[in-house]
Design a binder for this molecule. Structure first.
Ligand code: ATP
Ligand code: MG
Length: 286
């Protein structure tokens, strides 16, 4: 037992009250897909996601500083022993009600939107792009932060302005794109295409933007091996796509309780998460 009050339990993480201005974010080995938590955990997933986030916070600190911003991580080591390795002690923030998504490549719902409208949100795109295409420049495609049980909803920039004000909306867009670009450059150097990712920001008591939540993990990003990148079809990936594909082929209807994952699917999924960590950071996962 962690001797702290539980504040909230998400599909994947538990949040504890760690004092007036602090939270303890604990990542479990649970995996979600299509808005369901699967009954089978992926061993080590919580540790991989936490350690990858911690690594990225360090990499991105200079970009944040150049915007007068910071991140929320206080410590990943000063945490209760029973959650060591999969917990972060963070500054408690007033979170902004926007999921800040950046896309450098066309994929998933971005492809669907482009095929319908020729643009993504208010950004017009050239003709002829396909699933997996690199965009001429990264685009900011925000969505709402859905209440529990609801889907995130795509919104355009004017809705961000309405939610947080014009100056802050502009700052969110600039910072999101700068963080994405730097992260994509780092990932590419490690042989990984960062197709897209989602950030969440809060505001410090002094009014500065603070990068919160987890960052640049396979749960919040699309990672593709650069060596096999080839636009025109769904790309091989280090993220959840493998599990989604297995669920689809199992015949599950996405409504009834999801099926248990077979041992080989669990092992192959764990392998993808660990490979993403090791390839990006250049460190052995242990
Ligand atoms: P889901 O189960 O769909 O993921 P969720 O996003 O609410 O739901 P988690 O991601 O597990 O659940 O929980 C993290 C929550 O903590 C998010 O609501 C996130 O916005 C919030 N959060 C992240 N960092 C901070 C912070 N520093 N201060 C306050 N809240 C934070
Ligand atoms: Mg979340």
């Amino acid at each position: 037992m962690i001797g702290l009050p539980l504040v909230a339990r998400g599909k994947v993480r538990e949040i504890y009250d760690a004092g007036a201005d602090r939270l303890l974010l604990v990542a479990s080995d649970r995996i979600s897909a299509y808005d369901h938590v699967l009954p089978t955990p992926i061993p080590d997933k919580g540790r991989v996601l936490t350690q990858l986030s911690v690594w990225w916070f360090e990499q991105l600190a200079p970009v944040l500083a150049s915007f007068g911003a910071t991140h929320h991580l206080i410590s990943a080591s000063d945490v209760p022993a029973e959650v060591a390795g999969r917990a972060m002690l963070v500054r408690r923030l007033e979170m902004l009600p926007v999921e800040c998504v950046a896309r450098g490549y066309l994929s998933g719902s971005g492809t669907a939107e482009y095929q319908r409208t020729g643009s993504i949100r208010d950004v017009a795109l050239p003709a002829g792009l396909v699933e997996g295409s690199r965009l001429p420049a990264p685009v900011f495609t925000p969505s709402t932060k859905a209440e529990v049980g609801e889907h995130d909803e795509a919104i355009d920039f004017s809705a961000v302005v309405a939610a947080v004000g014009a100056a802050r909306a502009e700052a969110l867009r600039e910072l999101t794109l700068a963080l994405y670009s730097r992260a994509a450059e780092i990932a590419y150097g490690a042989g990984i295409v960062l197709a897209d990712t989602k950030f969440e920001f809060g505001v410090s008591s002094g009014g500065a933007l603070v990068l919160g939540d987890e960052v640049l993990t396979p749960d919040s990003s699309r990672f593709w091996p650069a060596a096999t990148w080839s636009p025109g079809s769904v790309q091989p990936s280090f993220d959840k796509q493998y599990v989604r594909d297995w669920l689809t082929s199992s015949g599950w209807d996405r409504v009834s309780p999801p099926p248990e994952l077979p041992a080989d699917v669990v092992a192959a999924t764990r392998e993808r998460y660990v490979t993403a960590y090791e390839q990006l950071t250049g460190r052995r996962f242990g």
